[in-house]
Design a protein around this ligand. Structure first.
Ligand code: KG4
Ligand code: ZN
Length: 340
């Protein structure tokens, strides 16, 4: 079969990103323009500012991705773009740009769900990985254990009943006075601390997750200490939160592995960069589980993961029309399996 080159565009939040990927797994270029410094002063992403920044750089980022891949628009087989979920104004920049490219170049347009892109980041780092496998999805907006049935079919086995784990990392960072987005800083502090605070498990009796309780517990712990003028070690709070949150995910994942015939595990989403999570998942190898971790560069938002999912949709002939619109509340296109 002829090689297929997909140009993937991602602009759902505060990263303007574009990549060229060959045959779904081979990354020829991956350009990520991060706006974090612009938003940091506000303690979070300001949607209007994000959209404006995407507009300013999208053209440059796309052209750089082509240049680095040593290709021209003629060589590209299709344009894949994130159309949801995310910030509507931010998504619209990528979607409009991709539509204009597809129309002017007369190439197919492929609409990619951001979450599915995150899962595909695993194929970029582990080209030998093939479905079925279980994926622990840990992003800013999602927390779930997903059975990846094939390259475009997903079943959610359990998920969070309230907040996502990434959101929770950011909230913990905020109450500890760390910069935004705080997950990475909590990770660094946790490595120097002791898990002395016994927060309650994040696994619910029905097998789903809940992060709102632990989030409130951390906030209360820090506020109470501040009110009493007591010193609290940020390192210990970070270590305690990280341990309880991640151990809960691992416990639930191991329970799933006990009954599943699938013995391959991958992780995805921004929190997949967490060092404690990666260590714990790697330990599954001792139980004869085949473990795949995405490289750090593919854990956060990037265009390569969108191009990868785009390739698998291309192969299936799953194309979008030029009516495509941004869908800020797009749900994970998955089946949900009820399980205790
Ligand atoms: O997957 P992502 O880009 O967001 C969504 O698509 O929703 O992930 C961003 C999240 C943020 O909450 C960020 O704090 C978190 O990933 N994150 C981390 C680490 N690096 C990024 N959380 C914990 N440890 C890290 N090392
Ligand atoms: Zn993301």
């Amino acid at each position: 079969m002829k090689d297929v080159y997909i140009l993937g565009i991602e602009s759902s939040c505060d990263e303007t990103a574009c990549a060229v990927v060959k045959n779904g797994t081979s990354v020829l270029s991956n350009v990520v323009f991060s706006q974090i410094d612009v938003h940091k002063v506000f303690g979070g992403v300001v949607p209007e500012i994000a959209s404006r920044n995407h507009v300013e750089v999208v053209d440059v980022v796309v052209n750089q991705a082509l240049q680095q891949a040593n290709l021209t628009f003629d060589d590209v087989d299709a344009i894949a773009v994130t159309y949801g979920a995310g910030l509507v104004g931010a998504l619209l920049v990528g979607v409009s740009y991709a539509k204009a490219l597809a129309q002017s170049l007369n190439k197919p347009l492929i609409a990619v769900n951001h979450v599915e892109g995150h899962i595909c980041s695993n194929y970029l780092s582990n080209p030998q990985l093939k479905p079925p496998f279980l994926c622990l999805l840990t992003s800013g907006g999602h927390t779930a254990i997903v059975r990846v049935e094939d390259y475009t079919t997903y079943t959610v086995l359990c998920s969070t009943a309230d907040d996502a784990i990434g959101e929770c990392f950011d909230k913990v960072a905020r109450v500890l006075g760390l910069p935004y987005p705080g997950g990475v800083y909590v990770d660094q502090l946790a490595q120097k601390g002791k898990a002395v605070y016994p927060f309650k498990s994040v696994v619910l009796p029905n097998g789903n997750f809940s992060f709102s309780g632990i989030k409130t517990a951390v906030v209360n712990l820090v506020h109470n200490a501040q009110q009493k003028g007591e010193e609290i070690k940020k390192e210990d709070v970070s270590a305690s939160f990280t341990k309880v949150a991640i151990d809960g995910l691992m416990k639930r994942l191991e329970r799933e592995l006990e009954t599943s015939p699938i013995k391959t595990v991958a992780i995805a989403g921004g929190v997949a960069a967490n060092s404690y999570l990666r260590q714990q998942v790697e330990k599954l190898q001792q139980k004869a589980i085949n473990v795949c971790l995405p490289q750090l560069v593919y854990c956060g938002d990037n265009g390569a993961m969108i191009a990868s999912q785009g390739y698998f949709q291309f192969v299936k002939g799953d194309f979008a029309s030029l009516d495509l619109n941004a869908c800020p509340t797009l749900r994970f296109r998955a089946k949900y399996e009820k399980k205790n």
